[in-house]
Design a protein around this ligand. Structure first.
Ligand code: GTP
Ligand code: MG
Length: 366
């Protein structure tokens, strides 16, 4: 799972990225090296894993991970309806979701490209950029479809005509600046366009980057923006990027202390990661034991056999059964033996849809 971080120049992308990934990316080069991708992994905070770890005392405790990508040296003109192409577009296209950083912080020493701080305007500007990029891809495809239809074989004609109609429909609304995710496309239509990796069809998490002084008004800033900009598959959240980056460099207990002092409830980065997770339709299941307690990431409704394959292809190939108990059931029971006694340890087959919080032991044979 990979999430690309984009936003207008100077909006705080790198600051937010550093906060999420605890500054674990390679140092960035200085000066015009062209576009460079910076991937780094964020650990998904999950109190359940820590609790399981406290019960099993494993040698190793492993949290789930999400990969974020930051870009240095964005093309000049990004945000001016001309910037997404080449390597930048390739990378954005293959990512599973987009995290957009929007500047709300005020700082006279850091000029905004448009000379004003207006988060909603910036969101719309970036939307236009992504719409424009999708239009370019779509028009190319339409052109090719048209010439194929002119000389095409009759066997492929029906599919081509159908696709053409769909693309024309999408183009009409992109032309009006409407993102594809606002279309209520049917499942087969979504499948038909999935290859194009349209940017405005991807889930998007918008992080409003507020300044420290704005912390008391964070909720009202966010509320206003949510009221003005709401659509399916888009989630808005606020975060003080600069402060969170500083906190990310402290020891956990020091950071916790600091947070309490300034009245920050949940770590903002935890909230961003949680939202990234739900936006992507991801859930966690756990494996437990003396060696390791580990959180695994899968899509909602993943069948048990596929979840097994995440751990090892041998387990998938030799899958016999899965022993499953819900996290809450386990905690209530206090131990696996108790859970078994009360019938809370279930035997499930290959097609069982894994649920968030399942503790799974796979039985297999190779
Ligand atoms: N005052 C203040 N400054 C911030 C905040 N967040 C980021 N900045 C500053 O804004 C500047 C730009 O931040 P970056 O994180 O580099 O922004 P970016 O979007 O990665 O910039 P480019 O990659 O150059 O487009 C830096 O000097 C940051 O220290 C904030 O919340 N408050
Ligand atoms: Mg940057």
């Amino acid at each position: 799972m990979e999430i690309s971080i984009i936003g207008l120049p100077g909006s705080g992308k790198t600051t937010v990225f550093d906060a999420l990934t605890k500054c674990s990316a390679e140092p960035r080069p200085h000066g015009g090296a062209g576009l460079t991708l910076f991937p780094a992994v964020a650990k998904v905070p999950d109190a359940r894993v820590l609790k399981l770890s406290a019960i099993f005392h494993p040698k190793k405790t492993t949290l789930a991970e999400i990969k974020y990508v930051d870009y240095a040296g964005l093309p000049k003109g990004f945000g001016r309806e001309q910037g997404v192409s080449g390597q930048f577009l390739n990378s954005l296209s293959t990512s599973d979701a987009i995290l957009q950083v929007v500047r709300a912080f005020k700082d006279e020493n850091i000029p905004h490209a448009d000379g004003r701080i207006d988060p909603l305007k910036d969101i719309e500007t970036l939307d236009m950029e992504l719409v424009f990029s999708d239009l370019t891809i779509l028009e190319k495809r339409l052109g090719r479809l048209e010439s194929a239809l002119k000389m095409g074989k009759s066997s492929e004609r029906d599919a081509a005509v159908k696709e053409q109609a769909l693309l024309v429909k999408i183009k009409a609304s992109l032309d009006q600046g409407i993102p594809i995710r606002l279309h209520k496309l049917a499942a087969d239509e979504l499948r038909a366009i999935s290859n194009y990796q349209f940017l405005t069809a991807k889930p998007m998490l918008i992080v409003i980057n507020i300044g420290e002084k704005q912390l008391p008004e964070a909720e009202s800033i966010l509320g206003t923006l949510k009221a003005a900009y709401s659509m399916p598959q888009v989630e808005l959240i606020s975060m003080c990027g600069k402060l969170e980056r500083e906190l990310a460099q402290l020891q956990d207990d020091e950071a916790e202390e600091f947070r309490k002092d300034i009245g920050l409830k949940e770590t903002a980065f935890a909230a961003v990661i949680r939202h990234s997770y739900s936006l992507l339709g991801l859930i966690s299941f756990f494996t437990v034991g003396e060696d390791e307690v580990k959180a695994w990431t899968v899509k909602e409704d993943t069948p048990a056999i596929q979840a097994a394959g995440k751990i090892h292809t041998d387990i998938e190939r030799g899958f016999i059964r899965a022993e499953v108990m819900g996290y809450e059931d386990f905690i209530k029971s206090g131990s696996t033996a108790e859970a078994r006694k009360h019938g809370l340890l279930r035997l499930e087959g290959k097609t069982y849809a894994v649920r968030d919080g399942d503790i799974i032991h796979f039985l297999f044979n190779v």
